[in-house]
Structure formats: structure tokens, C-alpha cells
Design a binder for this molecule. Structure first.
Ligand code: G3I
Length: 373
């Protein structure tokens, strides 16, 4: 073997060892970094789970869920439309599987959601009789919350009952049952599920006017001597435009009412919206264009940095108020699962979460991990 081939052999071996070393270090680093572990003394870290994931038909998600999260919220399968398709017809299969999944993996379940104006079962969506709506209301809460009492950790008892100005949203419950329907929902849930935490959940309630509406709801329930344990701020925000001051004020104002504060559907969209006021009302869809889907071939570093900075600032705030904040749930395991790929414009490529479409941690993930004290 001449000098040249010895040199080539040494160089290739060194290169191989180096690559193997880096790959191994990344894998090691990947293994070590876990959101649920680094924040275990601060708050629960959760994710939304879809039907595929609950049925454990998505191994890549499954690995990440067990590694990173100690709380989950069913993205759709415990909503009325799916869990009660008929008057006396309930579909508990997937919810039962979720309970088993949670018990097997020591993961807390936040059930979502008992009373919501959207995804209502077809048989009651246009009900005219107030008595019939009341009967549905009572049966649904008693049957569903009763079945899972102590098996789920918490319920979003009422979801999205407010308008942006803090007044009550006009829907079938307000229309047929009147202003007190929210207090009654919590009263029925408290009776059916004494061993389950009860929350009010909504988007944009960090905003002053809508926040005042949520404060009024909490105070009304408390004044009625009915239990409410927490409030969920959904957190569907835009990277680079996260309302940090409003979020800080909302944590303080809600905590002052003696309730737990949670951020329950976190995602930071990076795509332009057809309108500038962020809303999560899925009925408002818009026409698609290249301008509205600029990153279909990958996310530019400049935008990745904006996303990382926004998540870092947000988690620094959560850590600052860790005594008042009980849970942070991401609305999806990775970018590929996010509802923001299909809303408000179908067929877009969004990047709102901490894990990419290959289930790999994004720079924002490591920056968030670094905020843990
Ligand atoms: O299951 C049907 C499937 O059979 C059908 O082939 C397919 C095609 O239309 O639709 C599937 O249902 C979809 C369902 O998600 C399950 O994937 C519905 O069309 C779709 O509208 C529904 O979207 C969900 C949305 O709530 C509905 O309001 C999103 O996944 C879910 O992320 C989103 O979550 C809400 C929270 O519950 C409350 N806060 C806002 C948040 C985002 O809108």
C-alpha cells in the first residue's frame, strides 16, 4: 500500500468516524431533549391527537407523543358531531381507545368539547323546540362527561361562546336556553364528573374586550356557586405577531380569579392571511393564490428565525408565570398534521409547530427547551 492510498484510507476512515459521531450526537441530543421532562416542574405539555394517532396507526407520531408530551387533547373525536351522531346513538369507540392510550402511557387527557356551536350533530343543528335542545343539552353532558369521569383529567365544558367584543355568541344554545346556558353546562358537568377538572376554552380571549367577556363568564359561574377550575386560551397566533403584552395581562387577570390558566391550541402560523385579524372560525374560508402559499418548497431561514423568536418569547413568558399556567398544548404533533395547512385556504404548506414534516425538531424546539429554568 503506497503513501497515497494509506492517506486516502486514513482520510475516509476519519470522515466516516466524524459523520457517524455527528449523527450519533444528534440522535443522542434528540433523545435527551424532551418538552415534558424539561418543564415537568412547571406545567403540562400537550398535543392534539387525531384519529389515526389515537388508533396507533402512525408510528412516527406515536414515538414523538410518548417522548415529548404528558397531556393530549382529541382534535375531533370527542366533539358532539362525532361522539353523539343520533338522539340515543353514541360512538365511544375512539374516545375509549384514547382513555386506554392515556392510561398505558401515563398521559393526561383533556377532553374536547361538550358544548360548542360548531361540529354539532346533524339531528340537533337546526332544532326549533327549546325543550328538545334542553333535553339534548342535559343528556349529552350527563352521558358523555359521566362516562369519562375520572378517566379523563379535564373537560373543555364550553368552547368559543364569545364574540370578539366580549358579548355572547348567538348560537342555538343562547337562542333556545338563554344567557344562563353556560352556568347550567358547568352545573351539569360538575354533577356528572365530580372527579374531572372543568374549563372554559376560547380563542382571542387574551384580547382586552373578549377577555372581559371571559372574565364575566367565570365570575358568573363562581357567583352561582358552581365549579370552574380553569380557562383555556387557545393561542392560534401568527409568528412575528404574538400579542405578548395582552397574553401577560390575561394570565394575571384570569389568575386573579383563582382559576388555572392554560394555552390549549398553540400554533404560530407563518403564512399570510386573507385578512389581518386572526380568527379560528372555520366558516370563513378564502380563495387561494401563490402569494398566499409562498413556502410550498420549504421555509426560508429568515422565517424560521421569526418563528423561533416568537416561540422563545412566548415560552419565556409562560415560564415567568409558571405558578399560574397549568398546561401548554400544541394543536398538532408536527407541521404536517396542522389544521393550518387547510384553513383558511385549502392545500397550503404551513409550518406552525415545533416538529417538521419528518418529525424532526425545528430550531424553535431547541430554543424553547432552553427557556426551561
Ligand atoms: O372526518 C371527515 C372525513 O370523513 C371526511 O372525508 C373529511 C373531508 O371533508 O372531513 C373529515 O372531517 C374533518 C374533521 O376535521 C376531521 O379531520 C372536517 O371536515 C374538518 O372541518 C375538521 O376540522 C377540524 C375543525 O376544528 C372543525 O371545526 C380540525 O381538524 C380541528 O383542528 C379544528 O379544531 C378547532 C378546535 O376544535 C377549536 N378551536 C379552533 C380549532 C381550529 O379550528
Amino acid at each position: 500500500m503506497n503513501i497515497k492510498s494509506i492517506a486516502r484510507f486514513t482520510f475516509t476512515t476519519a470522515l466516516f468516524v466524524a459523520c457517524f459521531g455527528i449523527k450519533n450526537a444528534l440522535a443522542q441530543q434528540d433523545q435527551r431533549a424532551s418538552l415534558k421532562d424539561v418543564f415537568k416542574n412547571d406545567f403540562l405539555i400537550g398535543t392534539a391527537m387525531n384519529a389515526q394517532q389515537i388508533e396507533e396507526k402512525d408510528p412516527a407520531s406515536d414515538k414523538l407523543i410518548k417522548q415529548q408530551f404528558n397531556a393530549v387533547t382529541p382534535e375531533n373525536i370527542m366533539k358532539a358531531e362525532i361522539i353523539q351522531p343520533g338522539w340515543d346513538k353514541y360512538n365511544f369507540d375512539l374516545a375509549d381507545k384514547l382513555v386506554v392510550y392515556g392510561q398505558k402511557n401515563n398521559i393526561k387527557i383533556n377532553a374536547h368539547t361538550l358544548i360548542w356551536h360548531s361540529q354539532l350533530p346533524a339531528f340537533m343543528r337546526h332544532m326549533q323546540s327549546a325543550d328538545s335542545v334542553k333535553q339534548y343539552f342535559v343528556n349529552h353532558i350527563a352521558t358523555v362527561a359521566g362516562r369519562y369521569d375520572g378517566k379523563v383529567y379535564s373537560w373543555d365544558v364550553v368552547n368559543e361562546a364569545l364574540n370578539e367584543d366580549g358579548t355572547l355568541r348567538k348560537d342555538i344554545f343562547l337562542d333556545k336556553l338563554g344567557d344562563d346556558y353556560i352556568v347550567e353546562a358547568f352545573r351539569l358537568a360538575q354533577k356528572a364528573a365530580p372527579n374531572t377538572k372543568l374549563y372554559y376554552n376560547d380563542y382571542n380571549i387574551e384580547q382586552p374586550a373578549k377577555r372581559a367577556g371571559a372574565v364575566a363568564i367565570i365570575k358568573k359561574i363562581q357567583a352561582a356557586g358552581v365549579r370552574i377550575d380553569g380557562v383555556g386560551i387557545q393561542g392560534h397566533w401568527k409568528a412575528g405577531n404574538v400579542p405578548l403584552n395582552d397574553i401577560e395581562e390575561s394570565i394575571k387577570e384570569f389568575a386573579a380569579l383563582g382559576v388555572e390558566v392554560m394555552f390549549t391550541e398553540l400554533d404560530l402560523g407563518v403564512l399570510p392571511n386573507p385578512w389581518d385579524n386572526a380568527t379560528a372560525d372555520v366558516s370563513a374560508t378564502a380563495k387561494g393564490s401563490k402569494e398566499m402559499n409562498p413556502y410550498s418548497n420549504g421555509l426560508p431561514d429568515s422565517v424560521q428565525q421569526i418563528l423561533t423568536q416568537s416561540y422563545t418569547d412566548l415560552f419565556k413568558l409562560f415560564v415567568k408565570y409558571k405558578d399560574n399556567v397549568g398546561r401548554l398544548t400544541f394543536w398538532g404533533v408536527n407541521d404536517g398534521q396542522s389544521w393550518l395547512n387547510g384553513w383558511p385556504i385549502p392545500g397550503r404548506t404551513n409550518y406552525p409547530l415545533l416538529f417538521d414534516r419528518d418529525f424532526k425538531p425545528k430550531p424553535a424546539f431547541y430554543s424553547v427547551i432552553a427557556t426551561a429554568k
